[in-house]
Design a protein around this ligand. Structure first.
Ligand SMILES: [Zn+2]
Ligand SMILES: [Zn+2]
Length: 334
């Protein structure tokens, strides 16, 4: 795990970064920005015991660097980049130390402030998606219990303000709404440094899920958001929600887009004969275990949905779909 990192924007503002081990296989980058007037915290880890401890250790490390005590009580404002549990789950923990106002984009507010309700709605839509994808009833039970995991420990926490594109926020940071990976994801421009959240990461292509489960997600929105990020002028450095700093943001965007184009091409190849989403997912990703089955199905579903929305794929079993209340859709090249 990397220790404390320090970046300086073109205007001389300091961005500290340290890791929080949100889950056994997932490390988040936490950012603390000295905006000249106050310290702004970007994201909060998952809220599990280990990342909570990492948060406190990160603040201590910043204090050692500054040569004075530093803790979450020194934070002036909290910004949450998007409504995924590894980014906002630590908010209730931080509330023990600070009353700093927390902000998130309006389309992700409900995930933070009314988590239980939002999870129940998403759960029902996920069930419909998995049924239509051709996942067996037994497997659906397992996958859906995984999905509800965050409900077991996160408790809804109010947000104090909303991030909106074009509206100035703390520090004069630029706010850019980039839906797709999550409905309300934002990238934040701090002078010439872009905090890319999970929109652009240095190594992996950020996860996609179909819009049929959650509105304003889906590959179409995500690819539009990629174009938006690539077109932002004056970005010298990208700092993602995970992984390493990105020196060439437009170059990384092009590589991610190429990866999706390749995957779309593979789906079209697989669908020379009619296939369910579950079968396409197995053909794309092989046999994966536990949580990765759900991730693979969502990723596949996002690509199939994108092609279906555009008429590249069509349903091969329309009569069955019309006659059945919960049909498995077989997709074929249009
Ligand atoms: Zn995310
Ligand atoms: Zn993430």
């Amino acid at each position: 795990m990397k220790p404390l990192q320090r970046f300086e924007t073109g205007a001389g503002r300091i961005i500290f970064s340290f890791p929080a081990r949100s889950f056994p296989t997932l490390t988040n980058n936490i950012y603390v920005i000295d905006d000249g007037e106050q310290y702004v915290l970007i994201d909060a880890g998952s809220g599990m015991e280990r990342p909570n401890a990492d948060l406190l250790a990160g603040f201590t490390a910043i204090g050692e660097h500054l040569g004075r005590p530093f803790s979450p009580a020194d934070i002036g404002t909290i910004l949450i980049t998007h409504g995924h549990i590894d980014h906002f789950g630590g908010l209730p923990f931080l509330r023990q130390y600070t009353a700093a106002p927390a902000g998130v984009h309006v389309l992700d507010r409900r995930v933070l402030s009314n988590h239980e309700e939002r999870m129940v709605f998403a759960y029902r839509r996920l069930e419909t998606f998995l049924e239509g994808a051709g996942v067996s009833a037994e497997e659906r039970v397992v996958l859906m219990s995984v999905y509800l995991f965050s409900k077991t420990y996160y408790r809804s926490t109010p947000v104090q303000f909303l991030l909106e594109e074009g509206r100035p926020t703390v520090g004069g940071f630029g706010v850019f709404h980039v839906p797709g990976h999550c409905p309300g994801q934002v990238c934040l421009l701090v002078d010439d440094v872009l905090l890319t959240a999970d929109q652009v990461l240095s190594r992996i292509t950020p996860h996609q899920a179909p819009e049929s489960i959650t509105l304003n997600m889906g590959l179409g929105h995500y690819l539009d958001s990629l174009d938006k990020v690539a077109a932002l002028p004056g970005v010298r450095l990208g700092l993602g929600g995970h992984e390493d700093p990105i020196d060439d943001v437009p170059g990384r965007v092009a590589a991610i887009r190429a990866a999706h184009d390749e995957r779309l091409g593979k789906v079209m190849d697989i669908c020379r004969a009619p296939q369910s989403i579950a079968a396409i997912s197995r053909a794309l990703f092989g046999h994966v275990d536990s949580y990765h089955v759900l991730l693979a199905l969502e990723e596949t579903g996002a690509h199939v949905e994108y092609l279906h929305q555009r008429g590249e794929l069509i349903a091969a079993n329309l009569e069955e779909i019309e006659a059945t209340s919960r049909p498995v859709v077989q997709y074929v090249r249009g």
